[in-house]
Design a protein. Structure first.
Length: 900
């Protein structure tokens, strides 16, 4: 017979702390604490498999469950020497959720179960405390009504307030037994009225109701959302823990508390926690009374405190991690109700990991695994001050979008990039609000505190550019209607209107847009960060480069630990001069002149104007990356992105270039494509206009020669984008070498450089063996490779992708494939591409430069398929370093497990 229920109590347990998957975190912790001799009330756990069965079988329980529950209740009654529903000395139980991963506050709990009109008398008698017994009873009835029956909490609270008013008391503690008794009767009458049946008096019926409610809460909206946000997948469900109640609210000799084995804010090794005398756990959570610091407990109850201190040491040694424990003191006796790995601030994460490794409690490798990518992320970015009251904050919500780049930003709403630049020049802080962004907006994006777009996904233009700068960005906020004409943004959900110049706050970590300027704070940078990251670098095998287009970004990336550039997108340089912003317009004009040119001669003339700008940028980048390789990608985007589409702007351009507006309009019209993403872009441009390639290669090599002469060590890698064929690659490789070799020869120096390609199309991955005959390196452009393999647009798939990710709707993907690699499909092509590429060219250098290079799970996959390096935007470099080290440790652990 399959076992669904597991008992713990009297020093024995069916299971232990390693059984998290089956018993949930709480159940496993209770079993473990029981086994190591800590004072834990007895109880039993319905496994997560039961929950899984429940959902797979139309919310029905396994046939054996009834018998197993009955047996375990009997066992519990034997161990506690009390009986459920006993009119003399009743056993009361709590019923709590607990999945394998902690989901605080997301699921349900019911306390004091087993009380009815008879057993409440027994409780009053046994505790010699009527008031306490009837208070316990009303709490139970209230919880049962709301949690099990889904009745309105407010309706019940309203009756509670009315009763207190009638009795003329303010505090709950002043309500006499008769008051609670009256309230129970009222609650029950209301129960009858709402449900058409009497409140269940039978404790077993109550128990089944509570079990159903806990299982039900696994699929409640907030729990599903929490799992999605926290990326919790692959769990069977929640367990249900039924445990003997102990009471912290029987008088001053009782109480309840929560403590941490180390300070969860700073990570310091101090005993940290709160204690509330004469109270039940829910009072601490509800914040009705203010608890005292744990040190007060040492004065109030020195013996209990001493015991608790011993538990602290024992549990931390046992679990080898900081623990968050709940305890209750009943009439001077300590009970441990829960232990779990404590949540902590990012700074504390580093401090605790470092300290525990130094204390030899864990190894350095384990310390590396203790840090999560989000911990790193949250160290760098400002956040909304946690002191801001949550309710006040949520009243300010205007809408939600996709959390493209974390951190928070405050500024005045600006609806055009041009105005953003003007306002910023006057010293204003601005938030750039656009339906979507294009390369034309880059200047405004650069000066904005944060960026908000109504469309687009995590690899849309706005997201990619903002990520490169570590700039707070929310995209795809589809419920916000942006009207450029009236310069307003209207929230379709609540009708709130934001006008130009109104203050806005973006929380890019959550994807939430708030009205007004909320206060921001930047977390302090912990010393432990440097130490742990040193361990990380000593452990990883893959190199970590960065995606950077400017000398500034390159320098920033070096600070974050980048070891070269994996992708320099040259087209971003066409629009903005980051070192001399006043010259940006000249650059734009030159590229636009090149595009509208109708002859090769005219094109070359325009390109000659661009050459010095590009060369200067490359010099800056080579200097910043002194000694590290720099991969520079030749022109990539469709040319229509660089020219104006509005008549007014076309006329202006025509005037500046001294040509007719018709010529400009005609060229723009000619560039129009039905599917620009599948059109004349990437290396196809260089096939048609080889002079663009020639100018860019010249700029790169001339800059390299200049740097080489200035004793800067340069390692240029010239990268051809969007290749799909060996012949195509070969034409462009030869064109590149013709220009480069001639310049190097003329300079009379030795300057090694590589010519390689991006793999962004399935055909390129499939024909990798042939393409590697020509290409000296591959860099997987997984933004496009995902787009072209899956046939999903990276720009607006965000409109329906959430349905594909939503567990309740379709659940086709575990996450957004533009954020975390689709290792199954796209990954198969990557694996094939690397294997076959290296068959032709065993030393083929392979990396990744799509956004996935900064995503921890994707980085781990890149290690597994044998990449030499990953490349991420500067702010994500530390995350990639961490992930590259973690995968080494994890594979070692897996191999050791296999051996065993
Ligand atoms: C890619 O496609 O993955 C890539 C890096 O290029 P881009 O994002 O510029 O298209
Ligand atoms: Mg691409």
């Amino acid at each position: 017979m399959k076992k669904w229920v597991y008992f713990f109590g009297a020093g024995k347990a069916e299971g232990d702390g390693t059984w998290r998957d089956l018993l949930g975190g709480k159940g496993a912790g209770l079993a473990e604490m029981t086994k190591i001799g800590l004072p834990v009330p007895a109880g039993f756990t319905l496994s997560t498999e039961t929950c899984d069965y429940f959902y797979k079988n139309g919310k029905k329980y396994p046939s054996e469950l009834k018998k197993q529950i009955a047996e375990n209740v009997a066992k519990l009654e034997k161990v506690t020497k009390k009986k459920l529903g006993d009119p003399k000395n009743p056993l009361l139980v709590s019923v709590r959720s607990g999945s394998a991963r902690s989901m605080p506050g997301m699921m349900e709990t019911i306390l004091n179960l087993g009380l009815n009109d008879k057993s409440v008398e027994g409780l009053a008698h046994a505790t010699k405390n009527d008031r306490f017994a009837y208070d316990a009873y009303r709490r139970f009835v209230q919880m049962y009504c709301t949690v099990v029956m889904g009745m309105s909490k407010e309706d019940l609270e309203h009756r509670l307030r009315a009763m207190k008013q009638r009795l003329g008391v303010k505090e709950d503690t002043a309500v006499p037994a008769s008051g609670w008794k009256e309230l129970v009767a009222e609650y029950k009458a209301y129960f009858n009225e709402k449900n058409g049946s009497a409140f269940p008096e039978d404790p077993m019926e109550q128990l089944w109701g509570a079990i159903g409610a806990v299982f039900g809460s696994w699929m409640a909206e907030k729990a599903v959302t929490y799992r999605r946000v926290e990326k919790i997948t692959g769990l069977l469900g929640t367990a249900v823990n039924v445990m003997q109640m102990v009471f912290g609210n029987t008088g001053d000799n009782s109480g309840t508390g929560v403590c941490f084995t180390r300070d969860p804010s700073s990570g310091e090794k101090t005993f940290y926690g709160d204690y509330l005398s004469n109270a039940q756990g829910e009072d601490v959570v509800a914040g009705i009374r203010t608890p005292v610091h744990l040190t007060e407990l040492s004065k109030l109850m020195p013996k209990v405190y001493g015991q608790l201190e011993k538990v602290r040491v024992k549990l931390e040694k046992h679990y080898r991690d900081m623990q968050d424990m709940e305890f209750t003191v009943e009439e001077g006796v300590l009970y441990m109700l829960q232990t779990r790995t404590g949540k902590r601030t990012p700074a504390a994460t580093f401090k605790i990991a470092m300290d525990m490794a130094n204390e030899k409690l864990i190894t350095k490798e384990e310390a590396i695994l203790r840090v999560k990518p989000e911990d790193i992320e949250r160290l760098f970015y400002p956040v909304i001050d946690p002191k801001v009251d949550k309710k006040t904050l949520s009243a300010k919500i205007i809408g939600h979008g996709i959390n493209a780049v974390p951190g928070a930003a405050v500024g005045k709403a600006c609806f055009t990039a041009h105005e953003a630049e003007e306002w910023a020049a006057k010293g204003e802080k601005v938030i750039l609000v656009r339906r979507e962004t294009s390369p034309e907006d880059v200047g405004g994006m650069a000066v904005a505190q944060g960026i908000l777009t109504a469309t687009g996904g995590k690899t849309s233009h706005a997201a990619v550019v903002a990520r490169g700068w570590g700039k707070c960005c929310i995209v795809g906020a589809e419920t916000l209607e942006i009207d450029y004409k009236t310069k307003t943004m209207t929230a379709s959900k609540n009708g709130k209107v934001v006008k130009e110049g109104d203050w806005l706050t973006l929380d890019g970590s959550e994807g939430t847009v708030y009205a007004d300027a909320q206060p921001l704070v930047t977390p302090e940078f912990p010393k432990a960060y440097q130490t742990v990251m040193k361990w990380v670098d000593e452990t990883r095998k893959m190199r970590v480069r960065t995606n950077a287009d400017t000398p500034q970004d390159a320098r920033k990336a070096i600070e974050f630990g980048a070891e070269g550039i994996g992708l320099c997108r040259t087209e971003h340089m066409f629009f903005t001069d980051f070192e001399h912003p006043e010259q940006s317009h000249n650059r734009q004009l030159a590229i636009q002149e090149m595009i509208v040119a109708e002859t090769q001669e005219a094109r070359v003339k325009a390109l000659d104007k661009l050459l010095p700008y590009q060369r200067r940028d490359f010099v800056g980048i080579f200097q910043a990356m002194d000694g590290f390789p720099v991969t520079i990608r030749l022109i990539e985007p469709p040319l229509h992105e660089f020219v104006p589409h509005e008549r007014e702007k076309q006329a202006q351009l025509a005037k500046e270039l001294g040509i007719s507006v018709e010529t400009v309009a005609r060229r723009v019209e000619q560039l129009h494509e039905a599917n620009p993403m599948l059109g004349h872009r990437g290396c196809r441009l260089s096939i048609t206009y080889p002079e663009i390639l020639e100018m860019q290669v010249r700029a790169i090599i001339e800059a390299a020669i200049e740097c080489h002469k200035g004793r800067v060590k340069v390692l240029p890698e010239i990268m051809i984008p969007l290749t799909l064929d060996k012949k195509e690659m070969s034409i462009l490789e030869q064109a590149t070498r013709r220009v480069a070799d001639k310049l190097i020869k003329e300079a009379g120096i030795k300057l090694p450089y590589l010519v390689g390609t991006m793999i962004e199309l399935p055909r390129a991955a499939l024909l990798a063996a042939e393409i590697a005959e020509v290409a000296e390196f591959f860099s997987f452009g997984t933004n496009d490779l995902t787009q072209t393999t899956m046939g999903l647009s990276r720009d607006d798939a965000g409109r329906f992708l959430p349905d594909y990710v939503d567990e309740k709707k379709a659940g086709v993907f575990a996450g957004d494939p533009f954020q975390t690699l689709d290792t199954k499909g796209v990954g198969m092509l990557m694996r094939w591409g690397i294997e076959n590429g290296r068959k032709t060219r065993p030393k083929l250098k392979v990396g990744i430069c799509g956004e996935h290079g900064g995503d921890a799970d994707s980085v781990k996959f890149c290690h597994e398929i044998g990449m030499d390096y990953v490349s991420a935007s500067p702010f994500r470099v530390p995350i990639s370093r961490l992930a590259a080290a973690q995968v080494v440790v994890e594979s070692k652990q897996k191999a050791a497990k296999k051996k065993k």
